[in-house]
Design a protein around this ligand. Structure first.
Ligand SMILES: O=C1O[C@H](COP(=O)(O)O)[C@@H](O)[C@H](O)[C@H]1O
Length: 232
């Protein structure tokens, strides 16, 4: 499916524009079905966007927020994506939203993935909005090059749900939604910032294996068009 690049003069401009776009999509879903869902990424990039989105005037009590991926760490760990969402998105007007965490206090990441799959199954599918990020190694969600479960995660026939992932570049074991859970979102966004990420994107858009740069799976095979949001 084709992708469209939206470039902005600054990260602040991008955050505002993306927040407006996402808020419009969530409001449209609420108008149509009485509920809306969004799966967001962690990492360093989405903070300003989260803060902008949290102020938008929509019926947040009808919105379910989850993460596209998470570290297998509790929510008070500084590396938790849940902590980032708590501090920056579940604030202001968005405080009224329901949050479904991927981390579960289980004895193994495999068990946590099973529990997270069961909990997230209550969220309507497909997601109304998915916001992906991308690492300098070409990973997105927790689809890491060399990841223990990468082939399963990227296989379009793997059912929707959350699976475990371990990889050298990932630090802790991870929990990630599968490709099939994310690629058909009504609004599918890849949010990246900086010249370095633009170069990584250009490389990913070239030829080469998906396993080498897993973002390629999204750019090449997502059912929905990919809206790429970039600022320097
Ligand atoms: O590990 C992760 O990294 C990616 C990219 O993060 P960034 O810090 O380079 O913006 C992120 O999309 C993913 O959700 C996160 O778990």
């Amino acid at each position: 499916m084709a992708s469209t690049l939206h470039s902005f003069a600054s990260a602040a401009d991008l955050a505002d524009s993306l927040a407006d776009k996402v808020a419009d999509r969530l409001s449209a879903a609420i108008a149509a079905r009485g509920a809306a869902s969004i799966a967001v990424s962690g990492g360093s990039t989405p903070k300003a966007f989260f803060q902008a989105l949290s102020t938008r005037d929509i019926a947040w009590d009808k919105v379910t927020i989850t993460l596209v991926d998470e570290r297998f760490v509790p929510a008070d760990n500084t590396r938790s994506n849940h902590l980032l969402v708590d501090a920056n998105l579940l604030q202001n007007k968005a405080k009224a939203a329901r949050f479904v965490p991927l981390y579960q206090p289980a004895s193994s990441v495999e068990e946590a993935a099973r529990l997270a799959t069961a909990k997230s199954a209550e969220i309507g599918i497909p997601f109304d909005v998915v916001i992906l990020g991308m690492g300098g190694d070409g990973h997105t969600a927790s689809f890491f090059p060399g990841g223990s479960n990468l082939a399963r995660a990227l296989d379009a026939s793997t059912p929707r749900g959350v699976i475990p992932m371990e990889a050298e570049g990932a630090g802790e074991p991870r929990l990630t939604f599968t490709f099939s859970s994310l690629d058909d979102a009504a609004l599918l966004v890849l949010h990246i910032e900086g010249e370095g990420k633009k170069d990584v994107l250009a490389k990913a858009e070239g030829s080469g294996d998906e396993a080498e740069m897993p973002i390629r799976a999204v750019l090449r095979r997502a059912t929905s068009p990919v809206e790429i949001y970039w600022a320097p």
